[in-house]
Ligand binder design. Structure first.
Ligand code: NAD
Ligand code: IPM
Ligand code: MN
Length: 365
């Protein structure tokens, strides 16, 4: 049997709730393919701040780097919102992404036939949507320097950040995006703000240059404001989208709602080498934390991405994906995706039903 070490970072809010469910699903689906997991649960985010005084303890990063893959719940919450920057849970997450060098963030958004009714868009608009946002994750305005607070000529307090991209950063994310599009429907839309921002002008130039290596992929460009509009006007026009860190953050939350709920969207963050980081795109949802209301499917599907992209265990990943569909087919819904006629369940019960589905579908591929 193959053995893997997985670092679990439950984090804050609903993080621990969705991670405990996803861990069980990962373990069961893996065991059916002869996989064995050694889990290491580590502190991260607000949970780490409270115990160690920093949002990403050195030990957490070290263990994460030594493992085969990292599964993260979510971080953040009211309690730490007014902390200084280096004491924010979010800073820990950015340090983790940078520390693991996971520059490519894949965020698939597809409207499952079972959940068409959960979308806020009209059925004919939402039906059949299947897109992938490839978000650059370790550069851009999130990390650019100079940044900080200061004073301007008028004595006014200012806060400033820098959107900056180097050629190598654009080229490597563009290649991931072209490869991704090639495995999908062969269409790539690069989203930028090249009509205004220099960083976007370089982005567009480099994406066009890299395109010459992928003559089989159809490349288009779109300004981000238009892309935000097109996503709700006609999301089916998109196959693969590649964009910078901040536009990818925003557009993927928007894309999630087309699918019914942010509680459905998984993600994989990958680098050139070393373990990948897998996390739902949603946050710690402080408004529903501790109430057993969270939808665990985004984290369960992130565990499937961990198997597929992180460990190359496509069969075990398939078991999870099939089980999620089966659970939805059997009518189970958390509040965020509930519509009349279905069975309303909490986070734990949803997890139990997915486990049942994994067991029921033992013979699947
Ligand atoms: P959020 O994604 O946590 O929540 C937005 C809304 O979606 C809330 O109403 C929430 O209840 C709902 N929601 C989110 N996930 C859900 C799920 N699985 N099931 C059901 N409903 C769900 O975004 P926010 O409120 O802007 O941020 C809350 C905190 O999370 C902040 O501290 C923020 O910085 C942090 N955050 C962390 C991550 C991460 O860890 N990767 C991502 C986004 C936000
Ligand atoms: C996400 C989150 C993070 C981001 C925050 C919490 C730092 O919104 O993973 O989408 O902006 O990348
Ligand atoms: Mn986000």
């Amino acid at each position: 049997s193959r053995r893997y070490t997985i670092t679990l970072l439950p984090g804050d809010g609903i993080g621990p709730e969705v991670i405990s469910v996803a861990k069980n699903v990962l373990e069961l689906a893996g065991s059916l393919e002869g996989l064995e997991f050694g889990f290491k649960e580590m502190l991260m985010g607000g949970a780490a701040l409270d115990v160690t005084g920093v949002p990403l303890p050195e030990e957490t990063l070290t263990i994460a780097k030594q493992s085969d893959a990292v599964l993260l719940g979510a971080i953040g919450g009211y309690k730490w919102d007014n902390n200084e920057k280096h004491m924010k849970p979010e800073t820990g997450l950015l340090q983790l992404r940078q520390g693991l060098k996971v520059f490519a963030n894949l965020r698939p958004a597809s409207v499952l036939p079972q959940l068409v009714d959960a979308s806020t868009l009209k059925k004919e608009v939402a039906e059949g949507v299947d897109l992938m946002v490839v978000r650059e994750l370790t550069g851009g305005i999130y990390f650019g320097k100079p940044r900080g607070f200061g004073t301007n000529e008028d004595g006014q307090e200012i806060g400033f950040n820098t959107e900056v991209y180097a050629t190598y950063e654009i080229d490597r994310i563009a290649r991931i995006a072209f490869e991704t599009a090639r495995k999908r429907r062969g269409r790539l839309c690069s989203v930028d703000k090249a009509n205004v921002l220099e960083a976007s002008m370089l982005w567009r130039k480099r994406v066009m240059a890299v395109a010459s290596e992928y003559p089989d992929v159809e490349l288009t460009h779109m300004y981000v404001d238009n892309a935000a509009m097109q996503l709700v006007r006609n999301p089916k026009q998109f196959d693969t989208i590649v964009t910078n860190n901040i536009f990818g953050d925003i557009l993927s939350d928007e894309a999630s709602m087309i699918t019914g709920s942010i509680g459905m969207l998984a993600s994989a963050s990958l680098g050139k080498e070393g373990p990948g980081l897998f996390e739902p795109i949603h946050g710690s949802a402080p408004d529903i934390a501790g109430q057993d209301k969270a939808n665990p499917l985004a984290t369960i599907l992130s565990a499937a991405m961990l198997l597929k992209y992180g460990l190359g265990e496509a069969k075990a990943a398939q078991r999870i994906e099939t089980a999620v569909l089966d659970t939805l087919n059997r009518g189970f819904r958390t509040g965020d995706i509930y519509s009349a006629g279905n069975k309303l369940v909490g986070c734990k019960e949803m997890g139990k039903e997915v486990l049942k589905s994994v067991e029921l579908k033992i013979s699947v591929p």
